[in-house]
Write a protein that binds this ligand. Structure first.
Ligand code: SF4
Length: 339
């Protein structure tokens, strides 16, 4: 992966607001700001991790990238062309090239269909292979995700959670995508199974040169698989950097708290201080003024209540961006002043 090449996907000013309707004659009384002005790029062959608390808008971004939902505002470009400028045929092609793996494989697989049908239908519909070739193609897909060929004659309820997620991955691969949005694909699985699925995704990425957006709410799985990580808080990206850099030198106070909560396998490093954030996550119906993190931030100063910070490089020319001018200014030793 190189950030010097053209991005596969480019997201600019992305917003998604859901109306809140109320009253005897229902009318719009407000909006849920699920995604509230987000910019980022995804480069060919990379895994971009997207992490944050439940309700921060990360899954909404995933659904918009696969065109399951339309943005309220902003542009999503794929290979340099905005999705809204594509023809119906162009969008049909994009729908095969960007696939999704869901958190709960059981609810995303039709329980009345055998694995054969679950995999055959999308391939035949999109003309990926002919009826004569479809069985060989299904066998190949099952082999790639580590399932026996006999699995194609069984129903989803006959499999364990990890096996069902392998079927979900096989279904995503069946359309020969370039990019896969993985929406918390291991959150519902046991820890040992999580590692197997993460390794499978990594191996498939190498073999098929896939690009991933990997959505998660815990930093440990996201760190394991990602080249870069974007941290979301209340509908915005507050920090983005290479995975190692983000863990070793987090700048935004929210990222610092997330990193401090991630498990450390090294016993010698276990005396690291955990940062406990005070206060509740504000509602995305009523976003705080200024910096949206100021109600929980131990470093907040007066200007944080009025001035809404944008992502900016932490040093001139750096690809590590954070939305906290206070700590960026203090880099060099004065970060702890208000903590
Ligand atoms: Fe905290 Fe202010 Fe930085 Fe926001 S801008 S994260 S409130 S210090």
């Amino acid at each position: 992966m190189s950030m010097d090449q053209e991005p596969l996907m480019e997201i600019r000013g992305l917003k998604k607001y859901y109306p809140i309707r109320n009253g005897i004659l229902p009318h719009t009384v407000g909006f849920i700001h699920a995604v509230d002005g987000v910019d980022f790029e995804i480069y060919p062959g990379e895994t971009l991790g997207l992490v944050g608390e439940s309700g921060c808008g990360k899954s909404t971004i995933g659904r918009q990238l696969v065109a399951l939902e339309k943005p309220t505002e902003g542009t999503i470009s794929y290979e340099g062309i905005p999705l809204e400028d594509r023809s119906a045929n162009g969008m049909k092609k994009i729908r095969t090239q960007i696939q999704m793996v869901f958190q709960d494989p059981y609810t995303s697989l039709n329980p009345r269909k055998r694995v054969y049908d679950l995999l055959a239908y999308p391939m035949l519909y999109h003309g990926i292979c002919s009826k004569r070739e479809v069985e060989a193609e299904i066998n190949r897909l099952l082999d790639m995700v580590g399932l026996p060929q006999s699995a194609k004659d069984r129903y989803p309820h006959e499999f364990s959670g990890g096996q069902r997620q392998r079927i979900g991955i096989a279904r995503a691969l069946s359309l020969q995508p370039k990019m896969i949005v993985c929406d918390e694909p291991v959150s519902a699985l046991d820890v040992s199974i999580q590692a197997q699925i993460l390794n499978l995704l990594r191996n498939l990425q190498k073999e098929l040169k896939l690009t991933y957006l990997f959505i998660g709410h815990g930093l440990d799985a996201v760190k394991y698989i990602s080249d870069r990580i974007a941290v979301m808080y209340l509908g915005r990206i507050v920090e983005i950097a290479e995975a190692g850099e983000l863990f070793d030198h987090p700048v935004h106070p929210y990222t610092k708290a997330l990193c401090s909560a991630a498990p450390i396998p090294d016993p010698e490093a276990r005396d690291r201080k955990r940062i406990i954030l005070q206060g509740e996550l504000p509602s995305n119906k009523d976003i705080p003024s200024g910096c949206r993190f100021h109600t929980r931030c131990p470093y907040a100063i007066d200007s944080c209540r009025t001035s809404d910070p944008a992502l900016q490089p932490i040093h001139p020319g750096s690809k590590h961006l954070a939305a906290c001018p206070v700590l960026i200014k203090g880099l060099g030793g004065k970060e702890e002043r208000n903590a």
